[in-house]
Design a protein around this ligand. Structure first.
Ligand SMILES: Cc1cc2nc3c(=O)[nH]c(=O)nc-3n(C[C@H](O)[C@H](O)[C@H](O)COP(=O)(O)OP(=O)(O)OC[C@H]3O[C@@H](n4cnc5c(N)ncnc54)[C@H](O)[C@@H]3O)c2cc1C
Length: 385
């Protein structure tokens, strides 16, 4: 009997779980393989939905489902938080148990690091967790005009397009509400262009300009003064705000840091093709937890789930694992209320985005509903997020 342990039941973990289960069922290997999920949360969140909830385009309840509804029969769920991973002894520990494994898949995600900038949690908003999204939605409903500062406090952060998507949708939102004259939107970003990838930045910068959005590039957020309502950059700039929407710096999961498996920020050194945690053939890393030079995105976790599933099952069957991850990323980029585009790229091929159109926007809204079946249950694996 081989035991596969999946650590983390977010996007990457749940997709991999369902993919593994489907393949084992079809290949009749189920009886010789045990799958265990370790995940403390009762809810599985579809985080892309957080982008749409503040604007009233999705209901809060549409962004989550009970984890129990996404786990196939026969998979064991340990509803506990892992406290330590010991890859030399092939064991994961929780406060209650020690779980031995033959294969470990780490999908513990990325997490908001509020502590690195004092005042960020109390005095700014964001839409990167369910709680902060709900707080931001309320603030937006109460906002009657003034200076909005929206931006990113540190790289890497998950879903690189999300801050620009929110910026562009907000501009349209205020236009529709007849408040454009009363609202100034300023986008602050730590890089010298509006998006990390040049070809995408070249598409988005003129759209932002056309919507009247001001930008402060190379703005590395150092701190803020909630009394004066000012945000400061390391470069010496000051911007004033009435409503600040700031994506906090990200870090790896605490268990990765506590186990000494990550780099300074808690990202796990990962082989770019095999997805093995470096130095361990029986440990795989997928999704946001890796240190790979690709976007931290659900689509990445989806593509990687396919590779990891294939490699583990080949190994169990006695074949040499051949599947390799090629750095594939696929993202919708919503460029306003009613338009969007897609970006697709990999390690060797940068994206060539098409001009925004209504069909992509509509597809994204459709996909928000289809995630629960197509992706989470791995009905259409590795295709779209
Ligand atoms: C606003 C927003 C919009 C986005 N839009 C898109 C988009 O359009 N397209 C796209 O592809 N991606 C998008 N993303 C990114 C996407 O949601 C993430 O990249 C994806 O969820 C990463 O999957 P993951 O499995 O690595 O991590 P997660 O889905 O975050 O799951 C991590 C899981 O690990 C668990 N965990 C953590 N620590 C432990 C522990 N000690 N023990 C056990 N379990 C633990 C957590 O409880 C969690 O369930 C968006 C994200 C946000 C916030």
């Amino acid at each position: 009997m081989k035991r596969i342990v999946i650590l983390g039941g977010g996007t990457g973990g749940i997709i991999t779980l369902n993919r593994l289960h489907q393949k084992l069922r079809h290949d009749s290997g189920e009886k010789n393989t045990e799958i265990i999920l370790i995940e403390p949360s009762e809810r599985h969140y579809y985080q892309p939905g957080f982008l749409f909830v503040p604007l009233g385009l999705m209901e809060p309840w549409e962004t989550y489902r009970p984890v129990s509804t996404l786990i196939p029969e026969g998979v064991k769920w340990i509803r506990e938080k892992a406290t330590l991973i010991d890859p030399d002894n092939r064991v994961v520990k929780t406060s209650e148990k020690e779980i031995k494994y033959d294969y470990l898949i780490i999908s513990t995600g990325s997490h908001l690091d509020y502590d690195s900038i004092p005042g960020l949690k109390e005095h700014t908003h964001n839409f990167y967790s369910f709680e902060s999204t709900m707080r931001f939605k309320k603030a937006l409903n109460e906002f009657k005009g003034g200076d909005i500062v929206i931006g990113v406090a540190g790289v890497p952060y998950k879903c690189p397009p999300a801050p620009i998507e929110m910026t562009l949708m907000l501009a349209d939102y205020f236009k529709r509400a007849g408040l454009s004259d009363k609202v100034n939107i300023r986008y602050i970003y730590p890089l010298p262009r509006v998006f990390p990838i040049e070809s995408v930045a070249e598409l988005l910068a003129p759209i932002m300009e056309e919507r009247g959005i001001e930008t402060n590039l190379m703005f590395n957020l150092e701190g803020l003064d909630p009394e004066k309502r000012e945000i400061y950059s390391l470069e010496g700039e000051t911007v004033k705000y009435d409503l600040a929407i700031i994506i906090p710096p990200h870090k790896g999961a605490q268990v990765i840091i506590d186990s000494g498996l990550g780099d300074r920020s808690g990202w796990i050194p990962t082989d770019r093709h095999t997805l093995n945690m470096k130095g361990y053939d029986d440990v795989y890393v997928i999704g946001d937890a890796t240190d790979l030079p690709v976007s931290k995105a659900g689509s990445v976790a989806d593509f990687q789930a396919e590779v990891v599933t294939s490699r583990i099952l080949s190994d169990i069957e006695g074949y040499t694992p051949m599947a390799r991850y090629n750095g594939r990323v696929m993202c919708f980029v919503v460029t306003g209320l009613g338009e969007g585009t897609t970006i697709v790229f990999d390690y060797d091929n940068p994206p060539k985005p098409n001009p925004p159109n209504f069909a992509c926007y509509w597809l994204k809204l459709m996909y928000n509903k289809l995630y629960w079946t197509l992706t989470a249950k791995s009905i259409l694996p590795g295709v779209i997020v």
